[in-house]
Structures are given as structure tokens and as C-alpha cells.
Design a protein around this ligand. Structure first.
Ligand code: SF4
Ligand code: SF4
Length: 428
């Protein structure tokens, strides 16, 4: 079996440039909802002084992740923001002080077994840094009676154009990646780890292969450069040959899948106790003079990034994430979340690509790695036909955008699927 995929141009101009450390914004806006699951409740109020790494948001819910201050400063308000998914949530606004001080609570956690390791990961605020933002500790805390996980899969595919934040993380922090893999393998008793990486990253492959040659049970798996190689189902199949069926989680096929930047973060957290307060993001797009990766405090606003970057002209479109799965952002006050890996600046707007009638070429069907029928799904959504949308399995669409990308009629197929899923969630 071969899963469908497409070839994309990559424009990875930031790949060989050392990451800039660190932009310090004049204020941060830290969302209480930057993970899959229940939003946190703020633990601070206006007028409080906070230090870097201090816990400022928490929740008792099982699926959630604590939020920490990314800067030292003064809380100037608790505000409501609309996040890039269009949801309202609370955010803590902090004016940055001149002197940055680490909070007293920041110290390496005591870890000596599986439970204490998972607890430490929980307290670190770690979420999946590949974009989904699922709390990491929940993923690690799978039921060992139900699933015997024998394979740790490290997602280093980074298949979207422009984005090189994972690549730079591997090049600059490869040692931490291997240490993180060893920690997870050891505490979770997983025999083998595979780092899945696309063939168009030869320097990273060479570096990792050399490092892994000295390790027991850690392997590099070179994958074809194809989109969406980093999608969980695709990565699992192309790395292990195991097939994830509809509704199944990776643990159902004995795999634990983690993004490479998440693993690097965990490795550093166990050593330092510094929670998830910064993010490496790629700044690129077709009007950037010098594409680069930067490390920014979580909560840095788009307006601060616009001050930092060197653009040839004012962008008409800004995308958080990649051009295939990212979201267009219109508010310069929009803050960086834990899950952001890129901000792209473009001259052109999304407008000007009016769809024309479908010519029944079938390219969208051949592009879909989930074997869906994008044309049929579009028709079912337009007719608001709930039963048909269910039958056509719109729920397993991962909004990869491949169908829209290949469509010569410029039909917004992927977008319609997102709307269809919202329609189903809201009961029609
Ligand atoms: S967006 Fe959905 S329907 Fe389109 S190619 Fe991706 S998975 Fe298939
Ligand atoms: S790719 Fe576009 S034009 Fe071709 S079948 Fe799909 S929707 Fe129709």
C-alpha cells in the first residue's frame, strides 16, 4: 500500500542561518488556552509582579497544561482575546521589566521513575510543538495494560514549505534530542525509537545518523520528501508499516509519536526546570529580506515581530504556521502560542483566486492521504447533508490542504471540510 502525497516547493531560505536568541518584547499577552483541552484559570491579577517561569495559569482538568510567565514584569490586566482558531479565551498581559529574573520555583525536577517523569512533564507545561498542542503528559500517560508501546516515533519530517524551526532545533540541539529520546525510552520502557526525517535534509540526517550510531535502539529513518509526511498516520505507516485505522490512536498500533522540538524541550526541562516559556519560530515569506528563526517568549505579539523583521514592503497577509495548514492573522495584537512554529509574511492576499467549476479531474482524490473524496465532501457540505458528511468520513480529514493545493479550479476544498466538521460538532 502507498499513501497518496504531493510534492511542494519548499523555499527553506532560513535553513542554514543560526537561530537568533532572543527577542525581548515590551509586553506579552499570554493566552490561558494554548493547548488541546480545558483552558487554564489565571492565578495572577492586575498589579502583581511576576518572574520568568512563574506559574500563572492552571486547571484541575485531566486534559490541560499549566501556563507560566515567559517574562519578568508587571501584570497590567487580564484580558479576553480571540485566538487564531476564532475562540475567545482569557489572557494575562504582562509589561516586561528591564531586569529579567528567573522565579524561585524554577529548578530541575526530581525524576527517578515513570510516574515522577510524567509528573515533571505535566508541570513543565509541555504540549505537542508540532502544531496540535495536545498536553504531552497525557500522551505519555497511556494505559500500559491496554497498549504495549514498543516504538517511539520522533516526528522530524517538517514537510510544510518555509518552516525550518524543527530543522534548526535538530542542527543546534541534536544532543538534547538524543538525550530526550533516551529519557523517554528509559522511563517508559520503550525498546526502539525512530527519527522520521525527510530526505531533503541531508545535513541533519548525517548528523543524527552519526549520533545514533553510538546509541542502542535509536534509528534514523529517511523518508521521501512528500506532503503530508509529518501527519501522524502517514509517519507511522512510512516508518513502521503499521496502519492506523479510523478512530485509533497511535498507541493502538504500539507507537508513541512525538515532535522533535517537544523532545528537545523535555530534555532541557529535566536538566534546568525551565518550563515551556519560549518558542523557536521561523520568520519568512515572500517579502522578508532575511528569513530567520528566532526564539521568542510565548505571548510576543505580531506587532513586535513586525518591528523586528526586515520586510521589503508591508505584508498584506500574515500566516501563523505554514502555508498549507496555518491560519491567516489580521490583528497585529495576536500573540504567539506554544504551538506556533512559524510566522509568514506575504505580499499577496488570499483573494484573487476565485474558484471556477469543478472539471472532474480527480486530482484532489489522488492527493488525499486519507483516501477521502474532497469533491463529494464539498457537495455534501454545500447541501448541509449531515448524514452524507458522516458517511464520507469528513471527521478523518486532517485539513492538510493537499486537495485545495492541487485543484486547478482553485476550489476551497480543505476549508469546506473544516467548516463541515464545525457543522457536525454543532449538531448540524
Ligand atoms: S484536507 Fe482533508 S480531504 Fe483534503 S487532502 Fe487533506 S485529508 Fe484529504
Ligand atoms: S481537483 Fe478540483 S477540479 Fe479536480 S476533481 Fe477535485 S475539485 Fe474538481
Amino acid at each position: 500500500m502507498k499513501l497518496h502525497s504531493i510534492r511542494l516547493p519548499h523555499f527553506n531560505d532560513s535553513a542554514e542561518i543560526l537561530t537568533v536568541k532572543t527577542i525581548m518584547p515590551s509586553k506579552v499577552v499570554i493566552s490561558m488556552s494554548q493547548h488541546g483541552g480545558v483552558p487554564c484559570t489565571p492565578l495572577v491579577k492586575e498589579g502583581d509582579t511576576v518572574k520568568t517561569g512563574q506559574l500563572i495559569g492552571t486547571s484541575d482538568a485531566v486534559i490541560s497544561a499549566p501556563v507560566h510567565s515567559s517574562v519578568t514584569g508587571t501584570v497590567t490586566g487580564i484580558t479576553e482575546i480571540i485566538n487564531i482558531m476564532g475562540k475567545r479565551n482569557k489572557a494575562v498581559v504582562i509589561e516586561t521589566a528591564d531586569e529579567q529574573v528567573m522565579h524561585e520555583s524554577v529548578k530541575p525536577p526530581i525524576v527517578n521513575d515513570r510516574e515522577s517523569f510524567i509528573q515533571a512533564v505535566k508541570e513543565s507545561g509541555s504540549v505537542g510543538l508540532g502544531g496540535a498542542g495536545f498536553p504531552t503528559y497525557v500522551k505519555l500517560n497511556y494505559d500500559r495494560k491496554l497498549s504495549n508501546v514498543d516504538t517511539l516515533l520522533i516526528n522530524a519530517a517538517e514537510c510544510e514549505p518555509y518552516i525550518t524551526s524543527d530543522y534548526r532545533a535538530i542542527i543546534e540541539e541534536g544532543k538534547e534530542l538524543i538525550e530526550g529520546i533516551k529519557l523517554i525510552k528509559s522511563y517508559l520502557e520503550i525498546d526502539n525509537a525512530y527519527i522520521g526525517i525527510e530526505a531533503d535534509k541531508p545535513k541533519a540526517i548525517e548528523q543524527l545518523t552519526m549520533m545514533c550510531s553510538k546509541e542502542q535502539g535509536i534509528h534514523v529513518k529517511k523518508l521521501p520528501s512528500a506532503y503530508p509526511q509529518g501527519a501522524e498516520k502517514v509517519l507511522i505507516y512510512n516508518t513502521t508499516g503499521r496502519i492506523l485505522k479510523e478512530g485509533e490512536l497511535p498507541v493502538s498500533v504500539h507507537c508513541l509519536v512525538m515532535n522533535c522540538s517537544s523532545v528537545i524541550f523535555i530534555s532541557k526541562y529535566i536538566k534546568t526546570g525551565i518550563p515551556l516559556i519560549n518558542r523557536r519560530i521561523t520568520l519568512d515569506g515572500n517579502i522578508i529580506n532575511r528569513p530567520v528563526n528566532v526564539i521568542v517568549p510565548i505571548g510576543t505579539q505580531l506587532s513586535e515581530l513586525l518591528n523586528f523583521i526586515n520586510v521589503r514592503k508591508q505584508p498584506n497577509r500574515v500566516v501563523f504556521g505554514g502555508p498549507m495548514m496555518g491560519s491567516s492573522v489580521y490583528d497585529p495584537e495576536t500573540p504567539i502560542l506554544k504551538t506556533n512554529n512559524a510566522v509568514l509574511f506575504f505580499e499577496n492576499t488570499a483573494a484573487g483566486q476565485e474558484p471556477t467549476p469543478c472539471i472532474r479531474c480527480g486530482r484532489c482524490v489522488r492527493a488525499c492521504s486519507m483516501n477521502l473524496m474532497p469533491t463529494e465532501l464539498e457537495a455534501a457540505y454545500d447541501a448541509r447533508d449531515i448524514e452524507k458528511l458522516k458517511k464520507l468520513k469528513v471527521n478523518i480529514c486532517m485539513n492538510c490542504g493537499a486537495c485545495s493545493f492541487v485543484c486547478p479550479a482553485k476550489r476551497n476544498l480543505s476549508e469546506k471540510n473544516q467548516l463541515a466538521k464545525i457543522l457536525l460538532r454543532n449538531g448540524g
